[in-house]
Design a protein around this ligand. Sequence first.
Ligand code: ARG
Length: 274
Amino acid sequence: MRTAAPRAASPRRYLMCPPAHFKVTYSINPWMDPAKPVDLPLALTQWETLRDRYRALGHTVEELEPRPDLPDMVYAANGATVVEGRVLGARFAHPQRAAEAAVHAEWFRSHGYSVVREPEHINEGEGDFAVTDSWLLAGRGFRSSPLSHPEAQEFFGRPVIGLDLIDPRYYHLDTALCVLDAAADEIMYYPGAFSPGSRAVLERLFPDALVADAEDAAALGLNAVSDGRHVLLPQAAVGLFGPLRERGFEPIGMDLGELLKGGGSVKCCTQELR
Ligand code: ARG
């Protein structure tokens, strides 16, 4: 048992998009089954509970206007990556989501962000990019192109660590890895989602990481958001609560069951404006 270090939350700014037009009419990841009904009012309530929880914790939540023709817009994490006010836009792998990129880019331009790059290569924003103070962790294998990694490194001036995703259920990096404390380079992740070489890289860079098991990963437990102290995560990932508390974090279980039907949870709905 480790002794819990004192943890401090820092105020964050998030961009979210209400699931007003959420539905599952196509399938671009194994979680999506168009035959399964979605309870839209419930999806909205679950999403509002998450948004209100962020606000109650003292964070700022900006809202993006949802578009009826873009049912996946609720997964706002995919629309861009923002570090130190510099915005790397997204370019989606699937045509169904392609138009989301421009909606995000427009939001940034109209909200005072002067450095907004329209990317050359496919990247799905924070779905595949995770930021620690030392590195930009970058997933590839299902969505973001490996060529987006050097593009992001050049743009942000941060060393990119490329990580190969091998399990289609964990098609985005943020379904298998979560930054708990960026300043301390502290993460949690599910090794089974990564190639053997990438697993070895993660062990080398993050020897003290919280390692999740298959069950918590399958509950999308790694699709979590940390403010340095509070960790908001899918409530079904029960195995993560104890280990997080032992590290001094305060886990907060959220029920985003309806949004799980699109293959996303807490983190997918939350883009951080750093
Ligand atoms: N249905 C969406 C897709 O497959 C879910 C995106 C989840 N977002 C995330 N950041 N992992 O693209």
